[in-house]
Design a protein around this ligand. Sequence first.
Ligand code: CO
Length: 203
Amino acid sequence: MARREFSTAKKRRRHSADAAPALDAALPPAPPRPNPDDLEIVVWPAPVLTHRARPVEQIDDWLKQVGRRMIELMEQHKGVGLAGPQVGLSLRLFVMAETGKAADARIIINPVLDQQDGFEEAEEGCLSLPEIRGKITRYVKLRIQGLDISGQPIVLELEGFPARIVQHETDHLDGVLIIDRMTPLARLAQRKALKALENQAAT
Ligand code: CO
């Protein structure tokens, strides 16, 4: 489910002048900002799908264009949600629309889930795992907090299908896929489809 254990321990900068160049060199590189129009859906086993994504720090015109492109891709591929890593961006945002229609879509940035309640099993698919479907247990109800694309706070209390979408998409931001949430037996049943995806990636 939504794993919220954030590591808050930040590396302290040392004050020694000679240490500075080495420390700067060790800083993670700024994430790339590709042209939003070039974004396409990334398919498993792409590594970006299995890594924890980083928080969005800047809501600007580029991010708005990214959101617009993600909504477009979600609708084109008949999805109901699409997360940053699924377009190759290791950033904590996703788009969702219960109806699959762009007109109903919303963008949620840096989501945090809580107040989860109840369990329900239902079949899910994923645009990054074509041909694969499986029964996944999710919370029935939850609250999600985050930011919209204007940087305004969002608080939603959801139940049923939209709550399921939110859990699936937030999982993507933690590098968790539906194959990680299936029972071992269900995953075994998908092994041919997974092998085919691996072979496709290797060619
Ligand atoms: Co998915």
